[in-house]
Design a protein around this ligand. Structure first.
Ligand code: PLP
Length: 370
């Protein structure tokens, strides 16, 4: 049982280098403090159609976009309910892919895991073998793009090309901690469903989930006897088609922030944003190799979250605390009890740049005496 811990003092401002939520521009935060309006007013249509169409443009996709109140988790559930009748193949390589499998089990689906050691990446040839040799028909292959617990960036483009060889199998990608900071050509690689959360590389406040849906995935849901109501592709997309709004009352303030931030993202463009994230990731990897080591399998390191192996045996919890106290920067320990002290993680996503990442690594060097 957790006791009530009400606190009325001021919290010091801390710069976030955790794998989300991440830093949000001040004027984007300010957008949220506008007088409220009704979700069936014209103003709502102006707002929602703008964020949907701008997101399509930013991601460079012809597929449909849903922006739904909720977090990324919503689309683990909804994509499973909308597409899977019976069998789903979930390659697992860390905590979030494991949770995706767990969600599908809770929904009563028959889940086959393809298990990798944590830190290893999912290999397209293993997916091909699983699809080729199984006596089951898999409705969905569900793959995490960026395994935030281990800092692995899976080769979803190649995996998508493999799944494309199996026309009745849909490809679902959890890109919660990478979309917006690691460019993927969604339409080119047969990605039927890909989703993200607003608080990660989009650098927005938490509370919205973004999902891109292919025509085939939409059609597939229509064939099924049951599907998600709240996250139903049909319900969300048909409502958008008819009214340019959401089927139920959305988190309007967060959508206002979204509209502002997406304009910044469009201004930067996905190529430049991708390049900026690549630079931050390369720098962080080099720094990690100089002082520690990188945890993920080589060649599969994330572009948004670096997971660093604590080869020096520093006290991770103490270092995080001291950096927070002395510099007001917050980075993250390793994930769960398994990786907690063995690794630590730096989120270099959203609005960070090389300079701000260097400020953090300097602070860690100072505090840990590296
Ligand atoms: C890869 C991945 N998938 C899913 C989630 C769950 O996202 P949310 O907390 O927005 O529901 C997270 C959260 O960190 C994540 O990193």
């Amino acid at each position: 049982m957790t006791d009530k811990r009400e606190y009325t003092g001021d919290y010091p401002d801390k710069k976030l280098y955790i794998p989300g939520p991440t830093e949000v521009r001040e004027d984007v935060i300010e957008e949220m403090s506008q007088p409220m309006f009704g979700h069936r007013m014209d103003r709502m249509t102006d707002l929602y159609t703008t964020i949907v169409e701008d997101t399509k443009e930013f991601l460079g996709t012809d597929n449909d976009v849903i922006v739904l109140t909720g977090s990324g988790t919503e689309f683990w559930e909804a994509s499973t309910l909308n597409l899977v009748e019976e069998n789903i193949l979930v390659p697992t390589c860390g905590s979030f892919s494991e949770r995706h499998a767990n969600v599908a089990e809770r929904l009563g689906k028959d889940v086959d895991r393809l298990e990798y050691d944590w830190g290893q990446a999912i290999k397209p040839e293993d997916i091909r073998e699983a699809l080729e040799t199984s006596d089951k028909h898999y409705d969905v292959v569900a793959t995490v793009m960026n395994e935030s617990s281990t800092g692995v960036r899976n080769p979803i483009e190649e995996i998508g090309d493999v799944v494309a060889e199996y026309p009745d199998t849909y490809f679902v990608v959890d890109a919660v901690s990478s979309l917006g900071g690691d460019y993927v050509d969604i339409d080119e690689h047969n990605i039927d469903v890909i989703f993200a959360s607003s608080q990660k590389a989009f650098a927005m406040p938490p509370g919205l989930a973004i999902c891109v849906v292919s025509d085939e995935a939409y059609e597939r849901e229509l064939e099924k006897e049951s599907a998600s109501w709240y996250g139903g592709f049909q319900r969300c997309l048909d409502y958008y088609d008819r009214k340019g709004q959401t089927h139920s009352t959305p988190a309007i303030p967060i959508m206002l922030a979204y509209r502002k931030q997406m304009k910044y993202m469009l201004e930067e463009g996905h190529e430049a944003r991708d390049e900026r994230h690549r630079e931050m990731a390369e720098y962080t990897r080099e720094w990690a190799r100089e002082h520690f080591d990188t945890f993920p399998e080589e060649g599969y390191e994330s572009q948004t979250v670096s997971c660093i192996e604590n080869t020096q045996g520093i006290d991770v919890a103490e270092t995080i605390e001291a950096v927070s106290e002395q510099y007001d920067y917050v980075f993250s320990n390793g994930y769960g009890s398994e990786l907690g002290e063995k690794t630590f993680r730096i989120g270099h996503m959203g609005e960070h740049d090389l300079e701000s990442i260097k400020a953090l690594t300097d602070a860690i060097e100072d505090v840990a005496g590296l």
